[in-house]
Design a protein around this ligand. Structure first.
Ligand code: SAM
Length: 251
């Protein structure tokens, strides 16, 4: 079957509520971390101020959902994670990106929403990240992964690494917090062949492109109009070229 992809512009909770139970084979996503500061003033700064190095030259649009305090963010995560679980099939994997500040809150939210938390994968962003004298380099982000109930050991998925090393993009970015495509292509491989991957925070569509390139179907939700348009363009461009480029699966 040819992999298919849809981008839906809207709020995560509203869109998830419109889906049937047990529809998706996985959730792979990168939500707004809302970890930009201790005080309301810092958190409410634009996402460009929080996440882009060159504030004047970078024309990328700001994105929504990044100014909640930690408790509100955790409760909101519980709400979308519960809906995401409802729309997933039994045993479906979930992978959620996060930084060190919100690591605990996300782990609690996932458990509160009844996902089984299975572990943490490290994304090593390499030495490209800004060094600060006398400090450890803030070089890693994390992916908390789990499943909707137990995951069968008989799934047609190879052994995957627990740590991935890819630098962040420093030019040609389509989103302020865009993830490297090669990283996302590695992460989606946790999903069984033939399944449909749900990304409730699609941004510029990196997960969706990675899913298609690895031979999966995908559905993305994105509330910020500009980014929903960018994600749709990415998908359209890919479907005009060659969408899938399956790798050999070594079990
Ligand atoms: C961290 S970014 C995702 C970036 C993406 N991984 C990429 O590579 O482009 C999170 C995205 O979630 C979106 N978002 C925030 N709140 C949302 C909501 N309530 N419903 C749907 N999307 C939301 C933001 O607009 C933002 O684009």
């Amino acid at each position: 079957m040819t992999p298919k992809c849809a981008v839906i512009q809207g709020d995560v909770l509203e869109v998830l509520r419109s889906f049937e139970d047990n529809t998706f084979g996985a959730v792979i996503t990168d939500p707004p971390y809302a970890s930009g500061g201790l005080h309301a003033k810092d958190r409410q700064a634009t996402t460009a101020a929080k996440y882009t190095k060159n504030k004047t030259k970078n024309p990328l649009p700001n994105f929504e959902g990044d100014s909640k305090d930690q408790l509100s963010w955790m409760l909101w995560c519980v709400a979308w994670l519960r809906e995401a679980k409802r729309v997933c099939k039994k045993g479906a994997p979930i992978c959620v990106f996060i930084d060190f500040r919100q690591l605990d809150a996300l782990k609690w939210a996932m458990q509160w929403a009844d996902w089984l938390v299975n572990g943490i994968v490290v994304w090593d962003k390499t030495e490209i990240v800004r060094p600060q004298r006398g400090r450890f380099r803030s070089q890693c982000e994390f992916i908390i992964w789990g499943s909707k109930g137990a995951m069968s050991l008989k799934r047609k998925v190879p052994v995957l690494k627990g740590c991935y090393r890819y630098s962040t993009l420093n030019r040609g970015k389509l989103h302020q917090t865009q993830k490297p495509l090669a990283l996302m292509r590695d992460i989606v491989r946790i999903v069984e062949p033939g399944e449909t991957i749900l990304d409730p925070f699609a941004g510029s569509g990196t997960t969706l492109v990675a899913a298609l390139q690895e031979g999966y179907s995908a559905v993305g939700i994105e509330v910020t109009k500009e980014y929903a348009t960018i994600a749709q363009k990415q998908i359209d461009t890919l479907s005009q070229t060659s969408p899938t480029n399956n790798r050999e699966v070594t079990m």
